[in-house]
Write a protein that binds this ligand. Structure first.
Ligand code: GDP
Ligand code: ZN
Length: 251
C-alpha cells in the first residue's frame, strides 16, 4: 500500500494519467500521522504556558532516534520568557535546539535552516504554538489553507489522511498533522533504553558490566557522571521512571 511521503517509480501513460510501478524502500514510517520517510521532527515546547512536559519530550526524542528521524527542539514563546528557554535547554544540550517566537517572528530563519531540503513533522503538546510556527514559516500556506493545523488537530481522531505541504523557498515538506500521538515506547527493551540518552553514551562504555542499565549496578560510570554533576539529575530521574515503566509493561 502506498503511503503519504513515499518515493515511487511513476510511469506516465496518457496525458495526466500514469501508474505507480514501484514503491521505493522506506527509511521510516509513522502511524499517527500515517507518513513515510520523515527526515526530521521538530519537537515544539513552550518557554511559557503550557508548562513543558519533560517526560513527553524525553519519550519523543527517544522514539525519534529509534526511527532514524533527526529530532530538533524548538523552544517557542521566547518573547514571554527567555530565561526559562535556557533553563529548558540545560536538560537537552545534546540535542539541536532553536529558540523561536512565532508571535514576534524571532528565530524563524534558524528554524528554516533545520527544515531546508527535508521532510519534517511537528510534534508537541497542544497550545505550544505548532500552528503558529507553521504559519510563520509560510505566508502562502495561510492563504491556501486558513488555519490548517487547527483543523487537522480537531480531526486527529478521525482517519483523515495526512498531507505534505511543500515550502517552495525551502524545498521542504511539512506534514500538516502534528504528531503528538505518533510515538509510544513500542517494543523498546529495558537494556536498550540507555542508548537513547545521548549524554550517557560517552560514559556507558566505562561501566563495569556491558549490560549495565545504570540503575543498581556497581561501578556504573553513568552514575559516577551523575554524581559529578555531568549528567542532568532531572533527565536521569526520568530515565529511571521510564525504565520502570518498561519493566511494568513486560510483566
Ligand atoms: P498549537 O496547539 O501547538 O498549534 O498552538 P497554537 O499555534 O494554536 O498557539 C497556541 C496559543 O499560543 C495561541 O494563542 C497563540 O497565539 C499563542 N502563541 C503561539 N506562539 C506564540 C509565541 O511565540 N509567543 C506568544 N506570546 N504566544 C504564542
Ligand atoms: Zn552503568
Amino acid at each position: 500500500m502506498p503511503c503519504v511521503g513515499d518515493y515511487v517509480e511513476f510511469e506516465p501513460q496518457s496525458e495526466g494519467y500514469g501508474a505507480i510501478e514501484d514503491i521505493l524502500p522506506r527509511k521510516n514510517q509513522l502511524v499517527r500521522p500515517a507518513v513515510a520517510n520523515i527526515d526530521s521532527v521538530i519537537l515544539v515546547v513552550s518557554a511559557d504556558k503550557p508548562d513543558i512536559d519533560f517526560l513527553l519530550c524525553d519519550k519523543l526524542l527517544i522514539q525519534a532516534d529509534r526511527m532514524g528521524i533527526h529530532p530538533v527542539l524548538a523552544i517557542n514563546k521566547t518573547d514571554l520568557n527567555k530565561d526559562n528557554a535556557y533553563v529548558i535547554n540545560e536538560q537537552y544540550s545534546y540535542y539541536d535546539t532553536v529558540y523561536v517566537s512565532a508571535l514576534e517572528h524571532h528565530g524563524i530563519e534558524d528554524l528554516e535552516d533545520v527544515i531546508r531540503d527535508r521532510c519534517v513533522c511537528l510534534a508537541g503538546q497542544s497550545a505550544v504554538g505548532k500552528s503558529s510556527l507553521v504559519n510563520a514559516l509560510s505566508e502562502e500556506l495561510q492563504l491556501k489553507t486558513g488555519g490548517l493545523s487547527k483543523k487537522s488537530e480537531r480531526g486527529k481522531h478521525t482517519t483523515r489522511q495526512a498531507e505534505l505541504i511543500y515550502l517552495k523557498d525551502l524545498n521542504a515538506y511539512i506534514v500538516d498533522t502534528p504528531g503528538f500521538s505518533m510515538f509510544d515506547m513500542g517494543d523498546l527493551k529495558k537494556e536498550e533504553l540507555g542508548q537513547y540518552y545521548r549524554e550517557f553514551t560517552e560514559y556507558a562504555g566505562e561501566c563495569r558490566f556491558s549490560s549495565c542499565m545504570h540503575d543498581q549496578e556497581p561501578e556504573c560510570a553513568v552514575k559516577s557522571a551523575l554524581e559529578a554533576g555531568e549528567i542532568s539529575a532531572e533527565r536521569y530521574d526520568r530515565y529511571l521512571k521510564l525504565l520502570n515503566l518498561i519493566g511494568e509493561r513486560k510483566e
